[in-house]
Design a binder for this molecule. Structure first.
Ligand code: SAM
Length: 244
């Protein structure tokens, strides 16, 4: 039996793929996720989309080496342009910024016809992705945050439905939940506290720099950042758990 070893991050993404789905992995790099999905018997067919020549060639080699060419295709192109409408059930886009993920979805909106699930893993800018989903009729159905090699990753899973639903009847406003993640807020995993502590540390460093500045605009910025730190403190206070 042939195996591919993948990161905990990609393995977690794979767990959100429904059994037997036709899956597109956009920005697939070495087509590791696509190969894993096939070899594990999760996906019935995969399309690995890649914009850049180097990773595209690497993906071709990977699919060739694993002898899965009958159920895997590697296509070179920008975002969802590599897909025909109705060709896949699930689209994964992982390891890019939230802005790029959202612009790929926006530019390829016509290709989402027939797609039932999006599995998105922004490295940064999760809020931008949540906003895009909310505005385009995609309902978040799950979120996860995980840590691997000291880096925190968030995975957002969405299906067509009522996009407002996850944000309703919560003890935080929709705007706040777009930042935090409605499911993450519900679950309060220890990694979420770590994320917001990291965020707080980042702002504290900026504050220290600004406090040394004699530029007139520094005072306004200091006030804004202090308000942000105060908000983050409120979030962290609610995330205190006895878990490690
Ligand atoms: N998805 C893999 C993962 O999560 O491990 C690879 C992530 S890698 C950091 C991002 C990949 O996306 C690169 O191989 C890059 O060439 C590709 N990429 C960037 N913009 C793209 C676009 N508009 N369409 C398709 N692929 C793109």
């Amino acid at each position: 039996m042939t195996y591919v070893t993948i990161s905990k991050r990609l393995e977690t993404i794979a767990r959100y793929c429904p059994q037997g789905a036709r899956v597109a992995d956009i920005g697939s790099d070495h087509a590791l996720l696509a190969s894993y999905l096939l070899l594990q018997g999760i996906a019935s067919h995969v399309i690995a989309g890649e914009l850049n020549e180097g990773p595209y060639q690497a993906a071709l080699r990977q699919i060739h080496t694993l002898q899965i060419r009958d159920r895997a295709q590697v296509r070179r192109g920008d975002g969802l342009a590599v897909l025909e409408p109705g060709e896949v059930d699930v689209i994964c886009i992982a390891g890019m910024g939230g802005q790029l993920i959202s612009s790929i979805l926006e530019a390829g909106i016509a290709k989402l016809e027939g797609v039932t699930r999006l599995i998105l893993q922004p490295n940064v800018g999760e809020e931008i992705v949540r906003r895009w989903l909310l505005l385009h009729g995609w309902q978040l159905i799950a979120e996860t945050i995980l840590e691997e090699d000291g880096i925190l990753y968030e995975i957002l899973v969405a299906e067509r439905g009522n996009p407002d639903l996850p944000y309703e009847h919560k003890d935080r406003t929709k705007e706040e939940l777009l930042r935090i993640g409605p499911f993450l807020w519900e679950q309060k995993p220890p990694a979420l506290k770590k994320k917001w502590q990291n965020e707080r540390d980042k702002w504290e460093k900026v504050l220290a720099q600004l406090n040394r500045s004699d530029k007139p605009e520094a005072a306004t910025r200091i006030r804004e950042i202090k308000a942000e730190v105060e908000w983050i403190d409120g979030v962290i206070a609610c995330l205190r758990t006895d878990r490690p």
